[in-house]
Design a protein around this ligand. Structure first.
Ligand SMILES: [Zn+2]
Length: 278
């Protein structure tokens, strides 16, 4: 028992020590005093927050870096746009052909023409308009018609200024230009014969088939020629007449059957194009 009492007594003597140690544990507020020091690191997290705020700026930078590629895409689309207008200015480079530029001219023999003028007593004049004809021959050409007239001086007793077919415009009396002719049936001093430029249009099968490509082309060439002459002389379609208007003959028979008014309208349209070019 004495040993037990000694152990108890020893433990009792240890109580104050336990109490001191216990108090020391409760005195942890002292280390809490060190918390302010830890609060400083709290400020660090704020700095970290600031850093985080900086990061979003970096994200903005990232967004800005994302935008440029979009601009590059736009820039990539832009070069496609200027390529389109490029072909547009090219067409103007091709000169617009009008009037005589669309025609092939061929001159009849001038020696024979002068021979004919002398033989038929044709005289110099001043033109005031145009008289239009169809040649009345479905198998001939412009060159053949003129050649026939020049090879039969004194027999054919006919003359005019131009012959037009699908291939060319043949200059007959037009080589002397201001000279009268025998073609309009109104006499040597008639208005048609002495005051107008007489033009023969080859009809081919136009009378029976106005869609014959040879006649369609001959008709178109006549439009170009007549518009050019009106332009050169300062005339309008009011200065254009038919053989019918000079002496009542059914001529130009194909144009009269298939649209004389339409023919004049197309001449006027081409004449307006000539006027608009300058
Ligand atoms: Zn006629």
């Amino acid at each position: 028992m004495k040993i037990i009492k000694k152990i108890i007594m020893f433990l009792i003597t240890l109580i104050p020590e336990f109490i001191r140690i216990w108090k020391l544990r409760n005195v942890k507020p002292i280390p809490d005093a060190e918390e302010p020091e830890e609060s400083e690191p709290i400020g660090e997290p704020e700095e970290e927050v600031e850093i985080i705020e900086v990061e979003p700026e970096e994200e903005h930078n990232d967004e800005e870096t994302i935008e440029p590629p979009q601009e590059e895409e736009k820039e990539a689309e832009q070069p496609i746009i200027p390529e389109e207008p490029k072909p547009a200015p090219e067409p103007p480079k091709q000169p617009l052909k009008l009037g005589k530029e669309l025609l092939a001219f061929r001159n009849a023999d001038l020696t024979k023409i002068d021979q004919l003028i002398k033989s038929y007593n044709h005289f110099n004049t001043k033109f005031e308009g145009i008289t239009v004809h169809n040649n009345g021959n479905t198998t001939s050409t412009a060159w053949n018609d003129v050649s026939w007239a020049l090879n039969n001086i004194g027999k054919a007793n006919v003359s005019w200024h131009y012959s037009v077919d699908d291939k060319e415009v043949v200059r007959f009396l037009a080589r002397r230009y201001n000279v009268s002719c025998w073609c309009s049936g109104d006499g040597a001093r008639g208005f048609g014969n002495s005051k107008t430029i007489n033009i023969e249009i080859n009809e081919f099968n136009g009378f029976n088939n106005p869609n014959d490509p040879r006649y369609v082309k001959a008709r178109q060439n006549a439009i170009y020629l007549i518009a050019q002459l009106c332009y050169d002389e300062g005339w309008t379609i009011q200065n254009i007449g038919r053989h019918f208007d000079r002496s009542g003959k059914n001529c130009p028979r194909v144009l009269m059957k298939y649209g004389w008014t339409q023919f004049l309208k197309e001449v006027e349209e081409h004449l307006n194009q000539l006027k608009a070019r300058k």
